[in-house]
Design a protein around this ligand. Structure first.
Ligand SMILES: *[C@@H]1O[C@H](CO)[C@@H](O)[C@H](O)[C@H]1NC(C)=O
Length: 520
């Protein structure tokens, strides 16, 4: 009944509670809650999101430099599930007008996309700006504005210029200067028309997956070391880019600048104090190590994590802690540097120290906290191995953030479902409907949730999974040189939700022909 990531079986009382949760979501009225007719506020933003390496292709066209994903897929093809690359991907470098047409079909008010650092600065350094790269993004921005779609730019979505990686990448203490120089070029060229910037997408996936394990480029796998050096540098880099925007560009153009974190919904395995504390420790290891320096009252890294890592490091014979604290000056510099909390949310888990096993390397940040995770078999499995659909997970995630940081403005900057493909994507339709119902639950409780971006506009290169996992509202035909995009059922359903600002569980698209409604 219960699948476990290496731990014991979940007690029956918990299964009962989960069943009640699942029943409550399926048949709302049995739980005394009337869910019909709830609307998203008029100023609630609906959008879709993508990222440069995953869609653009044109990996070496018009002066673009090599980045860490170009380097990985070309030098280590076995690391990618289907040995594919992002060399062409969705070919959005040439097909961006079709992308904007799809945004108009959906009726979204906003498009979140990322910039390729090495398309703008081929070597990573700001001594040479590639004008063709600037032109590409100008074209895309102008096309969006022509149809009243607000561009929201992510400066960094994981495609570091390879030259900077050779200098240590996010482990080099100078990376904040390099990032600030890149940010200046971006703001100089685009902030007259773009009013919303996100500095960095998912620092945990940059640091933990890229440096502390081997599940994202550059696959450094310096467990228990790399993620902590990166966590310190990336917070300072983000803060530099924020201060630059806030001091120079915001006074001139208005607009906002924020930071996006990946937050899973985590619940205690049982009601025990140990399991509740395990949720806190897992929160610190997974995301608060990146967000506390910016959003917590006192700034800096989470206290318990700092203490645990210091203790473990000493016991392991390290002359100093593997997690180096900020100075008071650095803490003050980083604290408060985000105009909103961006959250990418997908999956969930149950936490307990009783689930901890010795599967983790020593040292590693999972070994530092000694907490294990599991999921319930009742939760639908997505195509991605890491992804199970936990009931009401958006609400749980919003509460985790609100409990930690109060009424900070929140944007869900990514949320969506992975399948193996196919146009009739009932699972994705169900996921979006439950996620948005769950978002309405959060809004009902006064959580300051301001917008929602579906991941993703279309199928794209899913990192180490290549093209084996599909997240698109539109299906992309990779066998077709035109990379034809075809709307899935979920595209019609999301369009209907945006149009009505409601989730209608019974809505069925009238046809499979997508059109652009008046006014878009
Ligand atoms: C990653 O590092 C750990 C030791 O810290 C090791 O056990 C594991 O095998 C490494 N993974 C790879 C793919 O080298």
């Amino acid at each position: 009944m219960i699948s476990s990531l290496g731990g014991p079986v979940i007690p029956n009382s918990y299964i009962m509670k989960l069943l009640v949760l699942v029943l409550c979501s399926a048949v709302a009225l049995t739980c005394g809650e009337v869910r019909q007719g709830r609307k998203f506020p008029d100023d609630f933003v609906f959008g879709v999101a993508t990222a440069s390496y995953q869609i653009e292709g044109a990996w070496d066209e018009d002066g673009k430099g090599e980045n860490i994903w170009d380097y990985l897929v070309h030098t280590n093809p076995d690391a990618i599930a289907d040995r594919s690359t992002g060399d062409v991907a969705c070919d959005s470098y040439h097909k961006y007008k079709r992308d904007v047409e799809m945004l108009r079909e959906l009726g979204v008010g906003s498009y979140r996309f990322s910039l390729s650092w090495s398309r703008i600065l081929p070597s990573g350094f700001a001594n040479h700006v590639n004008e063709a790269g600037i032109q590409y993004y100008n074209n895309l921005i102008d096309e969006l504005l022509k149809y009243n779609i607000d561009p929201i730019i992510t400066l960094y979505h994981w495609d570091l210029p390879q030259k900077l990686q050779e200098l240590g990448g996010w482990l080099n203490p100078l990376v904040g200067d390099w990032f600030e120089d890149y940010a200046r070029v971006v703001y100089e060229h685009f902030s007259d028309r773009v009013k919303s910037f996100i500095t960095i997408n998912e620092p945990a996936q940059v640091c933990y997956e890229g440096y502390g394990t081997d599940t994202k480029a550059p696959l450094l796998n310096a467990t228990g070391i790399g993620e902590y050096i990166c966590a310190r540098n990336i917070a300072l880099a983000h803060a530099k880019a924020y201060h630059l925007y806030n001091n120079v560009y915001k006074p001139k153009y208005g607009g906002e600048c924020g930071y996006t974190f990946a937050v899973d919904s985590t619940a205690p395995l049982t009601d025990s104090e140990e399991d509740k504390y395990a949720v806190e420790l897992l929160t610190q290891q997974q995301w608060a190590i990146y967000s506390d320096p910016v959003f917590s009252k006192d700034g800096g890294f989470p206290k318990e994590l700092l203490e645990l890592v210091a203790k473990k490091s000493a016991a392991q014979g390290f002359p100093r802690s593997r997690l180096i604290d900020f100075t008071e000056e650095e803490k003050a510099y980083i604290r408060g540097t985000s105009d909103f909390f961006g959250v990418n949310h997908y999956s969930g888990s149950l936490a307990s120290p009783s689930l901890y096993t010795s599967q983790y390397a020593v040292p590693s940040s999972m070994d530092d906290i000694e907490v294990g995770q599991t999921v319930s078999d009742d939760w639908l499995q997505a195509a991605s191995s890491w992804f199970q659909k936990m009931p009401n997970s958006v609400y749980i995630t919003m509460k985790l953030i609100q409990n930690r940081y109060g009424d900070v403005p929140i944007y869900i900057t990514e949320n969506g479902w992975s399948s193996y493909g196919g146009i009739d994507d009932e699972d994705r339709v169900d996921y979006y409907r439950s996620a948005l119902e769950s978002a309405l639950d959060a809004l009902d409780e006064g959580i300051n949730l301001k917008g929602y971006y579906a991941w993703s506009l279309m199928d794209n290169f899913e990192w180490l999974a290549g093209y084996t996992e599909r997240f698109g509202l539109y299906q992309v035909d990779y066998d077709d040189p035109e990379r034809t995009r075809t709307p899935r059922k979920s595209a019609f359903v999301y369009k209907h939700i945006i149009k009505t600002r409601m989730v209608d569980p019974d809505y069925e698209p009238e046809s499979n022909v997508m059109t652009i409604d008046e006014g878009h």
